[in-house]
Design a protein around this ligand. Sequence first.
Ligand code: CA
Length: 227
Amino acid sequence: MRILVVEDERKVANALREGLEGERYDVLVERTGEGAFFRITTEPFDAMLLDLTLPGRDGLEILKAMRARGITTPVLVLTARDTLQDRVIGLDAGADDYLVKPFAFTELLARLRALVRRGQSGQATQLAIGDLEMHLITREVTRGGQRVDLTVREFELLEYLLSHQGQVVSRETLARDVWKETARTAPLDNVIDVHIARLRRKVDTDQAAKLIHTVRGVGFVLREGEP
Ligand code: CA
């Protein structure tokens, strides 16, 4: 995990570097806004810790500029300015999270972990709900540690439901996004229903907690507990 730390106060920057390296993060420190902007636009990072008050271009400027360029690296803003106003400004500018100084290092680590996880979900290698896990690279699916064998289409369907877990997806949406059919037809609806039934058999049979639910007249939802 490679983290860009943007902090002009040497003491704080060093403490962050030491702490994060102790957690086996790969850390690069930039002390100016210009340096940070150059770095984030030329190298890949898993997350960025960004102080707002910097010499030259401040943190918010950097944040806006990088987001305007389409850089989606998760950003945790660190600042002493703890007013609601600043928080709103930071989030509007494209920050993913916000931590007010002084903060406990354990809190920073927890937020950073959550942020990195979220960042990776954009190009996730794993999806999960409850004890159902899908590994997108190995294309392996397990429930409660037991392997679930799926056809290619079942895998795609489950991947779609996992990526949209908690949301009710209609047959129309599945036809478009999984079957890549622009027009919804009655035969295709049947095909979708058959695949859902098979998927349900493979994923939910003999399980106390059902994950695939039908929402009558609307579609399907992958959710823990009742739909
Ligand atoms: Ca500062």
